[in-house]
Design a protein around this ligand. Structure first.
Ligand SMILES: C[S@@+](CC[C@H](N)C(=O)[O-])C[C@H]1O[C@@H](n2cnc3c(N)ncnc32)[C@H](O)[C@@H]1O
Length: 318
């Protein structure tokens, strides 16, 4: 009777195949008992029925004859995800991660103002006294360029990070008559506790929805709908599936769920498809005005890499 215990590593599959084939070729009237402990480690025993009975072998998970070989030929499963405990899962993307993030990057040079937004959406900001809500305003990189370009805008800006709101309020261009900055968790608090219901013309959602877990997205969109005027718009810009950063997170196995990843600093990012985005807003009663995916190749000569950056820009009407 022959017994072999084998642990397969990534490079050992071919040699294992040969060993296995040799066993199968020499089976004769013997049978092969294959016991798989996990997908990488297993033991097989080549024994006749008499030998098995003499040894009082327990019924193994697999008793197979030469057809055992197909077990080996199954597609290798993908690498297991990094073990994430339920406790940790709750922490990813939570307020503590973002507080740490803004604490570590107090230096405002880290944040780059988004000077391109008026080119994309200028038509929505230039119609007289517009009331805007920037949901998840961070350090204010969306609101300050807009406030500067459209002084007649009245801006509500909220974030669940106290540090972020402090950064906004201490910004040299912060005007308290123009900007109402406040702490609010848009996935847990009713925005109407901070802003009059149906009073806002435009909500900007710029790289914020991706920071939330997919289960929370419908709640957030409903919440935004409560403060938007009928006919008001959500202006959306965020990561699209296939973005360079997604591929990096995928390679590092930092997956939480489909298209949802955690970063090293505990913050999260989701990568949207046009279809899912439409569905999320349509289910919340919005009308899709426009959804488009953009692609730009960025070359980092210092690091000698080419990055495909992908993002979605969309407009929804309430
Ligand atoms: C990538 S930053 C985007 C900041 C800003 N919109 C911009 O254009 O630069 C995402 C922001 O969403 C905030 N955020 C994440 N989850 C939130 C929640 N549940 N409620 C409020 N803000 C949240 C984070 O604190 C962070 O400031």
């Amino acid at each position: 009777m022959a017994t072999v215990a084998q642990s397969i590593d990534n490079n050992g599959l071919n040699s294992l195949e040969n060993v296995f084939q040799a066993f199968v070729d020499n089976l004769g009237d013997k049978i092969l008992i294959l016991t798989i402990f996990d997908f990488m480690t297993f033991i097989w025993i080549q024994a006749s029925k008499q030998e098995m009975m003499a040894l009082r072998l327990p019924t193994p998970p697999f008793v197979v004859t030469t057809s055992a070989f197909h077990i080996r030929k199954r597609r290798r499963p993908p690498p297991p995800p990094v073990p994430v405990t339920a406790v940790k899962l709750q922490c990813f993307g939570g307020v503590d991660s973002w507080e740490n993030f803004y604490d570590c990057h107090q230096n405002k040079q880290f944040f780059k103002d988004r000077h391109y937004l008026h080119k994309d959406w200028g038509q929505y900001f230039s119609n007289g006294n517009i009331i805007l809500l920037e949901a998840g305003c961070g350090a204010g990189n969306t609101i300050f360029p807009l406030a500067n370009k459209y002084p007649q805008l009245h801006i509500h800006a909220c974030d669940f990070s106290h540090h972020a709101i402090t950064l906004v309020k201490s910004h040299p261009n912060f005007l308290k008559d123009q900007i109402n900055a406040f702490v609010c968790n848009i996935a847990e608090e009713n925005l109407c506790d901070h802003i009059m219901p149906a009073s806002v013309d435009i909500v900007t959602l710029v790289f914020t929805l991706s920071a939330l877990s997919p289960e929370k997205m419908p709640i957030v969109i409903q919440n935004l709908g409560l403060v938007l005027k009928p006919g008001g718009h959500v202006l959306f810009r965020d990561y699209a599936i296939g973005d360079y950063a997604q591929l990096m997170l995928m390679n590092k196995n930092q997956v939480l769920s489909e298209n949802f990843y955690f970063r090293g600093d505990g913050t999260c990012s989701f990568y949207f498809s046009e279809g899912l985005l439409r569905e999320l807003f349509e289910r919340a009663g919005f009308i899709v005005v426009d959804v488009n995916t953009y692609n730009r190749e960025i070359i980092n000569r210092a690091r000698n890499i080419t990055m495909q950056r992908r993002w979605i820009r969309a407009v929804f009407r309430r």
